[in-house]
Design a protein around this ligand. Structure first.
Ligand SMILES: *Cc1c(COP(=O)(O)O)cnc(C)c1O
Length: 379
């Protein structure tokens, strides 16, 4: 089936009891059993919930993996991935990831005896040099957030494979509509479902898709044993969001391409970062592994003072953290999403104090351009 057909139907057979076309919200904590050890496959809702299972099957199909697992947030999903590892294990990670992932690795997981090395994963030789006998995972985002650095999924998968490590890709920015890392060799894909998958900024959730049998089995155990599960209503909201993922992503992207082109001609901006711009250093590589550029753009207004002047001037773009919803958002990574990353780490990856990030929504393009034009006119 094609992507849109799968998005609407995969894992979502009509309800066997009533024929309801839409998967019901099974708002229950437990299930009646017919006798000792006799039940319909459902015992307790941390372990199994039909609404959650529908979401898990759906995302597994879209990401072309064998198993999907849903969690209460993107961070809960990433935490569960780190629980695949043990004290003494080593992870190589992108030096320009979502700030919360860096915070989790450094301030929650490292004290348990795991070690992390952060490298520019767009340089394969740096990744290769960072391997140790204890390296069990390579964890990347591509394009990264918000510097838009592109890493080679096929080559990183091959390298991780040859060293007996798992390649995990945070695919939140691209979604499976534009990029399917498992098809290129990755073992695990993780999402903040809060973002494009849900797409309507009305819940927080996470998803892992696995294509590695041993990891799948352990993750399923951890999902139940550690218990970072989502509620059924939130799963239903993501399922509902995914039905329109393809049309939303097309519109996010066509708006973003036009806005990036317009920003790149703006005289007062120092840099515009968007993988679809002709001068973007990772553009050709990105095009070889993804079918679109997405809806995220970053640009540099030069200083924190200028940023502070521009940010409150937008009316259609709301000043807020998060991304991937139908509405356009504007944010300042250095003080918002990436405040937990030390300044010298931020500057290494071009995450300067003047950098502004926008999540381009699906409103009318003219309104978005007018809004940005007005905001930037103060520069
Ligand atoms: C938001 C985000 C996360 C964290 O997800 P939550 O749902 O907020 O816990 C992880 N990775 C990326 C790329 C994100 O944008």
């Amino acid at each position: 089936m094609g992507f849109s057909t799968d998005a609407i139907h995969a894992g979502q057979e009509p309800d066997p009891t009533t024929g309801a076309v839409t998967v019901p919200i099974y708002q229950t904590s437990t299930y009646v059993q017919q006798g000792l050890g006799k039940h319909k496959g459902f015992e307790y809702a941390r372990t199994q919930n039909p609404t959650r299972i529908a979401l898990e099957k759906n995302v597994a199909v879209l990401e072309k993996g064998t198993d999907g697992l849903a969690f209460g947030s993107g961070m809960a999903a990433i935490t569960t991935i780190t629980q695949l590892l043990k004290s003494g294990d080593h992870v190589i990670a992108s030096n320009n990831m979502y700030g919360g992932t860096y915070r989790l690795f450094e301030r929650v997981v490292r004290p348990y005896g795991l070690d992390f090395t952060y490298v520019d994963t767009s340089c394969l030789n740096l990744v290769e040099a960072a391997f140790r006998p204890s390296t069990k995972m390579v964890f990347i985002e591509t394009p990264t957030n918000p510097s838009m650095i592109v890493s080679d999924l096929r080559k990183l998968a091959e390298l991780a494979h040859s060293k007996g490590a798992l390649l995990t890709v945070d695919n939140t920015f691209m979604t499976p509509y534009f990029q399917r890392p498992i098809e290129l060799g990755a073992h695990l894909v993780v999402h903040s479902a809060t973002k494009y998958l849900n797409g309507h900024s009305d819940m927080v959730g996470g998803v892992i898709v696995s294509n590695d049998a041993a990891a799948s089995e352990r993750l399923r155990f951890l999902q139940n044993a550690a218990g970072a599960v989502p509620g059924p209503f939130d799963c239903w909201l993501v399922l509902r969001g995914i039905k329109t993922l393809a049309v939303r992503m097309d519109r996010h992207e066509s708006n973003a391409r036009a806005i990036a082109a317009w920003l790149s001609k703006h005289k007062k901006l120092e840099r515009v970062l968007y993988p679809g711009l002709p001068d973007h250093p990772g553009r050709a590589l990105h095009e070889s592994q993804a079918s679109g550029y997405g809806g995220m753009i970053a640009f540099d207004v030069g200083s924190i003072e200028k940023g502070a002047a521009v940010l409150p001037r937008t009316k259609v773009f709301s000043l807020a953290e998060s991304l991937g919803g139908v509405e356009s958002l504007i944010s300042h990574p250095a003080t918002m999403t990436h405040a937990s990353v030390p300044r010298e780490e931020r500057e290494k990856v071009g995450l300067t104090d003047g950098l502004i990030r926008i999540s381009v929504g699906i409103e009318d393009l003219d309104d978005l351009l007018r809004d940005l034009d007005h905001a930037l006119s103060i520069l």
